[in-house]
Design a protein around this ligand. Structure first.
Ligand SMILES: [Zn+2]
Length: 337
C-alpha cells in the first residue's frame, strides 16, 4: 500500500467474530469517522469479502490482521462483493484487485459510475450553483477556499461482474440472492442467504442510525422515494440475522423498518410544518429541523451541507407527491405549501 498518511494503529478493537461456520465479521477500523468501523464479511469457504473499509493504512492493517486469524492473506481473497460505492465500503477494493480479486457489484453501479464521472467534470461549478439554489450563499467561502477538493479526477472502478436484481449467485457453500435497494445510494444491494435466514444489509438498514438519504441539486433522482420503496422490498423477508455495514448485528428486521418509516414521515411532517411560516429555502428549512446528530448551529459547514442535501431529498419527495410547491426566484429555490 502506498500513498497513505501515517496512522497510529492499535488493534485493540479489531477481533473478528464468527457469525457461523461459513461467515466471519471483520471490523475494519475507521478512526476518523464517528462510526468507528465498517464491517467486512468474510465468506470462509469461497474466500470472498462483502465490502472492505476505508482506503487507509489503518484499515488495511486491520483487514490483514483479521484475515490472519483465519490463516488468510489479502492475496488469498478471490472476490469482493460490494454493497455500494461509498468510500467506507470500497476503500480497499483497489488493493485487493491488484492482488487478483474479482470485483462484483450491483448492476446499477454501471450507470452510477457513468453519472459520477460526468458530475466530477464540473463538480466545483455544480457545487457553487447548488449553494445558490439551496439558499446557502453565505457559505460560499467554504467552497471557494476548498476548490482543490473538487479537482481530483474520479475514475470508474473496474467491476468484473454486475449482479442483477433478483439474481441468485452461488459463492462456495453459500447461495445469495441479490436485492437491489436504491436510496442510500442508487447502486446499493443487499444479499440474502435464505437457507440460513441471513441478510447482508449494507447501509440500507442499520440497527440504530438512520441511513443518510441525500440529493444533490445536479442529480435527477427522488432518493427518498427510492429508499422507502427499497425498505418495502425487504420488510417481509423472513430472516433472523441482519449483518449490516456498521454498528452491530441485529435480529428484528420488520420493527426496525417500521421505525425508519416513522422517522422519515415525522421528518417530512416537520418540514411541512416549517413551511406554514411561508416560502423557504433548503438551508432555511434544514436549519429548523431537529437533527439527531447535533443542533444546526453546532454543525460545521460540511455537516450543514450534508443536512441540506438530506433536507432537499425530503422536499423533493414532498414535491413529487404534490404535497408542496417549488418556485425558482433568481438563482434560489423556494418551497411552499
Ligand atoms: Zn457505510
Amino acid at each position: 500500500m502506498n500513498g497513505f498518511k501515517g496512522y497510529e494503529y492499535s488493534n485493540a478493537s479489531v477481533n473478528p467474530e464468527k457469525i457461523n461456520d461459513s461467515i466471519a465479521q471483520l471490523k475494519i477500523p475507521m478512526s476518523r469517522n464517528p462510526l468507528g468501523k465498517t464491517f467486512s464479511y468474510l465468506l470462509l469457504e469461497s474466500k470472498t469479502l462483502i465490502d472492505t473499509g476505508v482506503p487507509t493504512e489503518e484499515a488495511y492493517q486491520g483487514l490483514k490482521d483479521q484475515l490472519a486469524e483465519y490463516n488468510l492473506k489479502p492475496q488469498d481473497i478471490e472476490r469482493v462483493i460490494i454493497t455500494h460505492l461509498h468510500n467506507d465500503h470500497i476503500g480497499l477494493v483497489e488493493t485487493l484487485r491488484e492482488y487478483g480479486a474479482e470485483i462484483w457489484a450491483g448492476a446499477a453501479a454501471k450507470k452510477r459510475q457513468e453519472e459520477m464521472v460526468k458530475e466530477w467534470e464540473n463538480l466545483y461549478e455544480n457545487t457553487l450553483n447548488e449553494l445558490d439554489l439551496f439558499g446557502g450563499q453565505q457559505y460560499r467561502n467554504n467552497i471557494t477556499r476548498h476548490q482543490y477538493v473538487f479537482k481530483s479526477d474520479v475514475k470508474p472502478m473496474p467491476i468484473d461482474r454486475y449482479l442483477q436484481d433478483g439474481e441468485k449467485i452461488k459463492v462456495g457453500d453459500l447461495e445469495l440472492e441479490v436485492i437491489w435497494t436504491p436510496g442510500h445510494s442508487y447502486e446499493h444491494i443487499c444479499l440474502l442467504n435464505q437457507p440460513q435466514r441471513i441478510l447482508f444489509s449494507g447501509d440500507h438498514v442499520l440497527p440504530k442510525i438512520t441511513s443518510h438519504v441525500a440529493l444533490y441539486s445536479y442529480r435527477n433522482h427522488d432518493p427518498l422515494n427510492e429508499y422507502l420503496t427499497s425498505l418495502h422490498k425487504v420488510e417481509d423477508i423472513n430472516v433472523d440475522t441482519i449483518l449490516p455495514g456498521h454498528e452491530w448485528v441485529f435480529h428484528d428486521l420488520k420493527p426496525r423498518i417500521e421505525q425508519l418509516y416513522r422517522h422519515h414521515r415525522d421528518r417530512l411532517d416537520e418540514m411541512k410544518a416549517t413551511l406554514e411560516d411561508g416560502p423557504q429555502t433548503v438551508y432555511e428549512v434544514g436549519s429548523k429541523v431537529h437533527w439527531d446528530s447535533r443542533p444546526w448551529p453546532e454543525m460545521t459547514f460540511w455537516t450543514k451541507r450534508m443536512a441540506a442535501t438530506e433536507t432537499y431529498a425530503h422536499l423533493v419527495y414532498l414535491l413529487n407527491k404534490g404535497e408542496i410547491k417549488r418556485e425558482l426566484r433568481g438563482d434560489t429555490y423556494y418551497f411552499s405549501l
